[in-house]
Design a protein around this ligand. Structure first.
Ligand SMILES: C[S@@+](CC[C@H](N)C(=O)[O-])C[C@H]1O[C@@H](n2cnc3c(N)ncnc32)[C@H](O)[C@@H]1O
Length: 847
């Protein structure tokens, strides 16, 4: 609970600020607004009386909310500044003068709503000192009964005190509906609550005791014990930690059964007494005698009457039923007869005094309602539990990869994963950016839609989905099981793990004349299918990829995986020709060169030819741009500035890859490529053969929509086997052997360092010996001795520093880092290790 500051500033909460903002005179305005929001009485009122209205915020709200032309009268001990559409006057609401003034203003009108927000002004209004809040509320109700129209509403502030229940009881006698509520704007620390009494019964005559504070708060001082609970819920017994209930100073109370029959509050009897006796009083009780003899007074009833405190709900009901039957026989008014009477009675008579509603009937109704509510909430709880269990199970299944997350609605991801709509990779892959740039969305989306239709996604017939539901489920389960299997396999097999990791990072193996090329060819083909005029495409210039690799390395460089590429990027490979060449590009370029030279287009396989052509076109375009970039019509469309290229920079890519004679130096690093090249070079194969070979089952492999397990399995066995000649295999082997023979970079560096240091030492030595040799004060022998000593010293190896063994015990136990007081090299061992080492040495010595 928020701690309320004692000083005035602590009260300046958000409602205070809001009231200031809205121009209300007090934050109390929001209490009325919130009460009206809940019960909506202001809109329906034409006449309103606001008791204790100063400074007038409730009057402001009323004037705002009530219909035009309504009569609003506000009264307070304190003066109220004029409010438009509101009549205000200064008076004490407990006085007759106030009543008279109100009557003057109301004339013949009756109020639809009477509001009371009074709080006694202790100290400021001495008249009120003797009245407490409850009394003020009762006073306001007294005024309300006088000025309220039938069916009207009375809203009053009350404080939770010992008089609260008495007040509520009185309200309930006079109004059809009485509800206590605390609006949000009322401070939590405040004990105030608001009682909204609706449906004023407007009795013609009201028992003056109802409105007399002395009788109301004296007679009803202690609320009636809740006998209903005792009777209808006897199982719920409250412990009386505070001792006996007030007025219940007897431990055992009994009452005659005839009195129980006659009483109008049987519940009070059943809840308050221990026994209903059939004992005749000294002067005799005819009713009791008759009751005793009646067939309705069964043995069971007698047993129940003997000890009321041990009875359950069922037995209490039995007794109540018995009472009703007996009352009927005795001719006492029962529920039925009262109803009949009520129907026949004159309305004036019934409206003379406020009715006290039949308690047992009301309680029964309440009980039934409660039972219904309980049943309902139990049902809801059960359903919620069941749903939670189901969800839990689904989550476990999902964690075991037995189900796809979208099945349980946790992640509404599409078949392409979350955020598929915004995933750039697929768009990038499909070269859609160029299409989007050209406004070819329709073409693309139609093609995609077609694809989707083919794969069953978004197909029009829902029936298809339904019929395939079982199949889908099976498939999902199969996929789940397969995932489990792959995970188990991955755990056991390091090789598989590595392969999987490569695949996850898009770092796949290269498969010779590879899937990469095939993929790109496929993509190219698709593009060709999608667009009717490909020439436009080239106009756009090189399509910029959406997803850019941050290390700026072209993905297909040399047909190598990313990791392989970064490995070969190391300096030591820099001199080895052909490691980081781009054979694919080069091949295309070579073809381009050949094309240019021989014009034998038809000899080149179509995909390669297309690539070569595009490359040539790109080159040509570059050349054009270089000449005069401003002339280009596409400038507006290009999102980047065209920078004039340096002529010397032209073909910088190719420079390294050319032999001294100007021809391209194409390095073929796979045995397959080498074989093919060899076969083509020697004329064993013609271009037609190559094209022909291109049409095989691997070339048109469609893996879309196939389950992972199937694709994996296929990938293992269904590989293209390209012919390799022995010579090519040997050549590659030889090349690899050469690479392997080279020391790795670190070793090379270490060796170089060593060499460098030795050279430095020799240099120093040389200088020193030169100095010695030139020393004039030394004989030749002395010089020779000194130099040989110097050389001997230089040749001597530095003794290796002894490693100190520190046993991890005592203060050294569990020490991290250098143990205290140990200098130089050290090794921490535990006692067991030390002993074992010694034992090993002993054994070795013995041998
Ligand atoms: C909380 S204020 C009412 C605020 C008001 N509802 C409003 O919205 O501005 C309580 C008021 O009750 C008034 N009051 C207390 N005793 C009164 C009495 N006997 N007769 C008239 N007004 C009284 C006080 O003068 C005080 O202005």
């Amino acid at each position: 609970m928020a701690i309320q500051k004692k000083n005035g500033k602590g009260r300046l909460d958000k409602w205070y600020k809001l009231a200031k903002e809205k121009g209300y005179r007090a934050r109390a305005a929001f209490k009325l607004i919130q009460l009206n929001k809940k019960y909506g009485f202001l809109e329906k009122s034409k006449v309103l009386l606001d008791l204790c209205a100063a400074p007038g915020s409730w009057c402001q709200v009323a004037a705002e909310t009530m219909p035009q032309g309504s009569l609003i009268v506000g009264v307070d001990l304190s003066p109220i500044k004029p409010i438009p559409r509101v009549i205000t006057f200064q008076s004490d609401i407990t006085t007759d003068q106030c009543r008279a003034t109100i009557r003057q203003h109301f004339k013949t009108w009756k109020a639809d709503t009477v509001l009371h927000d009074g709080a006694p002004n202790v100290g400021t209004a001495w008249v009120q000192d003797s009245f407490n809040q409850a009394e003020l509320a009762l006073q306001s109700m007294k005024l309300a009964t006088e000025f309220l129209a039938e069916g009207g509403t009375f809203v009053t502030k009350v404080f939770r005190s010992k008089d609260y229940n008495s007040l509520l009881w009185v309200f309930k006698q006079l109004f059809a509906k009485v509800e206590a509520t605390k609006p949000p704007s009322s401070r939590n620390v405040s004990a105030e609550i608001f009682v909204v009494c609706r449906g004023f019964k407007a009795p013609k005559k009201i028992d003056p005791r109802f409105l007399d504070p002395r009788s109301v708060f004296a007679e009803l001082k202690d609320p009636a014990p809740n006998n209903e609970v005792k009777v209808f819920n006897p199982e719920v017994k409250r412990r009386q930690r505070g001792g006996y209930e007030e007025d219940e100073y007897l431990q055992f109370k009994e009452i005659s059964a005839s009195e129980f029959i006659q009483t109008l509050d049987p519940i009070a009897v059943l809840g308050g007494y221990n026994k209903l006796n059939f004992k005749q009083p000294p002067n005799g009780d005819v009713a009791l005698a008759a009751l005793d003899k009646m067939p309705e007074t069964t043995d069971e009833i007698r047993t129940c009457c003997a000890d009321l405190k041990v009875l359950g709900r069922k037995e209490f009901k039995l007794l109540l039923r018995w009472r009703l039957k007996v009352r009927e026989k005795f001719g006492f008014p029962t529920k039925k007869t009262t109803q009949d009477k009520e129907k026949s009675a004159l309305p004036e008579e019934t409206s003379e005094v406020a009715d006290v509603e039949s308690m047992d009937e009301e309680l029964k109704l309440q009980e039934e309602l409660q039972a219904m509510k309980d049943r309902d909430s139990n049902k809801r709880k059960r359903e919620r539990r069941r749903e939670n269990e189901k969800k839990q199970k689904e989550i476990v299944r999902m964690q075991l990869h037995m189900v796809a997350p979208m099945d349980i609605g946790i992640e509404q991801t599409g078949p392409q994963g979350s955020d598929a709509m915004f995933a750039l990779k697929p768009i990038d892959k499909k070269a859609a950016i160029s299409k989007i740039a050209k406004g070819r969305m329709a073409v693309l989306s139609e093609a995609e839609a077609k694809k989707d239709r083919d794969s069953g996604i978004g197909s029009s017939g829902e029936t298809d989905d339904e019929s395939d539901e079982e199949e889908d489920r099976l498939e999902r389960e199969l996929d789940g099981m397969y995932n489990q299997y792959t995970e188990r396999k991955a755990e056991a097999d390091a090789k598989y793990r590595a392969k999987k990791a490569r695949r996850e990072h898009k770092d796949d193996d290269w498969e010779g004349v590879s899937a990469d090329e095939q993929q790109s060819d496929e993509d190219d083909d698709k593009l060709e299918m999608d667009s009717s005029d490909d020439s436009d495409e080239e106009d756009m210039g090189p399509s910029k990829p959406l997803v850019t690799d941050l290390d700026n390395t072209p993905e297909e460089s040399g047909g190598l995986s990313k990791r392989a590429k970064s490995f070969f990027d190391q300096d030591i490979f820099k001199d080895i020709p052909g490691i980081l060449d781009e054979p694919e590009e080069d091949a295309a370029e070579a073809v381009g060169v050949e094309m240019g030279e021989t014009s034998e287009d038809e000899d080149i396989p179509p995909p390669k030819r297309q690539k070569a052509q595009s490359k040539a076109a790109k080159k040509q375009k570059r050349a054009v741009e270089t000449e005069d970039p401003s002339d280009s019509e596409d400038d507006d469309r290009r999102p980047f500035e065209v920078v004039k290229r340096n002529d010397q920079d032209d073909d910088w890519e190719d420079k390294d890859k050319r032999k001294p004679d100007g021809r391209l130096d194409i390095d073929i690093i796979t045995a397959e490529a080498m074989t093919l090249a060899h076969q083509l070079a020697t004329g064993q194969k013609s271009t037609y053969d190559v094209i022909d070979d291109g049409f095989n089952k691997h070339a048109l492999r469609d893996r879309d929509g196939l389950p992972d397990w199937f694709v994996d399995d296929e990938g293992q066995h269904d590989k293209p086997h390209k012919p390799i000649t022995k010579a090519a295999a040997l050549a590659i082997k030889e090349k690899l052997r050469a690479y392997n023979a080279r020391p790795i970079k670190k070793v090379r560096e270490a060796k170089a360092r060593k060499k460098f240091k030795t050279a430095q030492r020799f240099e120093k030595l040389k200088k020193k010996s030169d100095l010695l040799a030139n020393e004039e004060g030394m004989t030749e022998k002395e010089k020779a001795d000194s130099i040989s000593k110097l050389l001997a010293k230089a040749g001597r190896k530095k003794p290796r520093e002894q490693v100190r063994v520190v046993v991890a015990k005592g203060t050294n136990k569990g020490v991290q880092g250098r143990p205290r007081g140990v200098k130089g090299r050290y090794k921490i061992v535990d006692a067991r290790m030390k002993k074992e080492m010694r034992a090993l040495k002993r054994v070795a010595k013995r041998k």
